[in-house]
Structures are given as C-alpha cells and as structure tokens.
Design a protein around this ligand. Structure first.
Ligand SMILES: [Zn+2]
Length: 270
C-alpha cells in the first residue's frame, strides 16, 4: 500500500479503499479498478478478524489480487489489537491499520509503533490514526503538532486524520477543515494522509482534501449499502423463481462495480 499511496500523493490523486464482506463485493471493487486501470485497496473491517471470516476470505482475495492487471493492497481496517494486526499479516494481508485513536496519546504511540515495526519487518505497510474520526458523537480534530510528533514517533506509512468527516451516513452535511488538512500535509510532506468517513462526503470537499494531501479515501457505508440495495432488487425481481445463485451475483457485481468505478475515477482526478 505504501508505494501506491506515495505515488498517489505526488500526483494529487487518492486511492480508493473499499470495505468488502464477500466475493461479490470484492469482485466488484477489482472489476472497477481494472476498468479505470488504477491501483485499489481492498479492506476488511476489524470485526471480521475476530471470526474466521477475514482468514477464509484472504485466500480468495489473494487470487483476485494476483490477477495482476492493477496493483491491489489487502488491508486490515481499524485494527483494534496487536493480535488482529499480527493475524492479518500472518494470513496474507499486506497492510494493517492500528487504531489507537481513542487511547491516551502515549498508549497510541506505543502500540502503533509496535505494529508499524512488526509490519515493516515483514515488508508490509502500517496506517495509524491521530485525532479521532467521529463514531457517533465523539470527534476530535487532529492537532497539527501532534500529527507530526505521532508520525515521527511511530514511523507509520500512512496517517488517518480527523478533519471533519464521520463514519456512517451523515445526518447533516459535514464541514471539512481543509486548511487543517493542508497544514498537516505541509508539515509531513512524505506521509500520505487518509480520509476516513468518505461515504456521503460532498465530492467538492473530497477533491479539495485530495489537493490538500489526502491519498487514501475509505468508503464503507455507501458501498455496502449499495450492495444491499442492489441485492434486494435482484432477489425481489426473482419473485420466488429458482435461479442459480452465481447467476444472481452477476447483476449485483455489475451494479456495485459501476458505483465504485465512478468513485475511483473521481479520486484519480478524472
Ligand atoms: Zn474509519
């Protein structure tokens, strides 16, 4: 992931990072990336690492990634424990996030550095978070000085910053603090920044954030919600008839891929 984010930042582009849950969602992301000829990040939320889901899916994801048409990173999203990060790297994920953003600063530094060192020893990438992107009501915008200290102390390859986005759907339009993002980027010219809570963020603000140093944009809710809605339509249209499920998957993948392709194209500045 490090290489793709470093070149994206230089080119004022961002790489899309999409949360997948199964074959259909993964195949849709890869199909979209191939159609746009852009690198892509396939990520799994940390909860899937607490069951066999992330382990079982990894074999399939490696097959998809090794098709070789575009670079693909396989990433643990919001790793909550050192064990999740170690498991992810042992199973074949190429990149891990350790999210200590709700802990005290020193604890966040300590464990993020531990995971970053561990990942680097295996040739993998590590993302950390400083400040806290809202989950419900709690939010803490990233302090510029703290971001610089954190990046230097931990050695993370990518840094998630809190500049006004939130996870999930918005109840009212978010206001992004672009000058804050720009100040962090200016102070950390070699660290690609990550925007969490990309779903539903106004596209004009997304573009400005990319110009201001964001090189990875996480999309979960709006992509997965689109998957549920297109699945619901396909299953409803069946009206009780029998069709082999692999055939049912095709229009769902098609619809999800079209959605992802629009986003990848936009993140690439086209
Ligand atoms: Zn997130």
């Amino acid at each position: 992931m490090k290489e793709m984010l470093t070149s994206a930042r230089k080119a004022h582009k961002a790489v899309g990072a999409f949360n997948i849950t199964n074959y259909e969602t993964a195949a849709a992301v890869l199909k979209a990336a191939e159609a746009e000829n852009e690198p892509v990040i396939i990520q799994l939320y940390m909860r899937l690492f607490d069951s066999t889901k992330a382990y079982d899916l990894c074999g399939m994801l490696q097959r998809l990634a090794h098709r070789g048409k575009v670079p693909v990173a396989l990433h643990l999203d919001h790793g909550a424990t050192v064990k999740q990060a170690q498991d992810a790297l042992a199973w074949g994920y190429t990149s891990v996030m350790y999210d200590g953003s709700r802990s005290a600063y020193d604890e966040n530094v300590k464990w993020t550095k531990f995971v970053a060192d561990y990942a680097h020893a295996l040739g993998a990438t590590c993302e950390g978070e400083i400040g806290h992107v809202a989950q419900g009501d709690e939010t803490a915008l990233t302090d510029v000085g703290e971001a610089v200290d954190f990046a230097k102390a931990t050695g993370v390859d990518a840094l998630a910053v809190s500049i006004g986005t939130a996870h999930g759907y918005y109840k009212s339009e978010p206001k992004l603090d672009i000058p804050r993002c720009q100040a962090i980027a200016d102070a950390l010219p070699d660290t690609p920044l990550v925007l969490h809570g990309g779903s539903g963020t106004p596209l004009a603000d997304v573009r400005k954030s990319v110009e201001a140093g964001i090189a990875k944009i996480n999309i979960a809710t709006e992509f997965l919600d689109g998957y549920i809605k297109s699945s619901l339509k396909v299953f409803t249209d069946l009206n009780g008839a029998f069709v082999p499920p692999d055939k049912l998957a095709d229009p769902i993948i098609e619809s999800c891929a079209a959605h992802v392709q629009r986003l990848i194209k936009f993140f690439a500045g086209r």
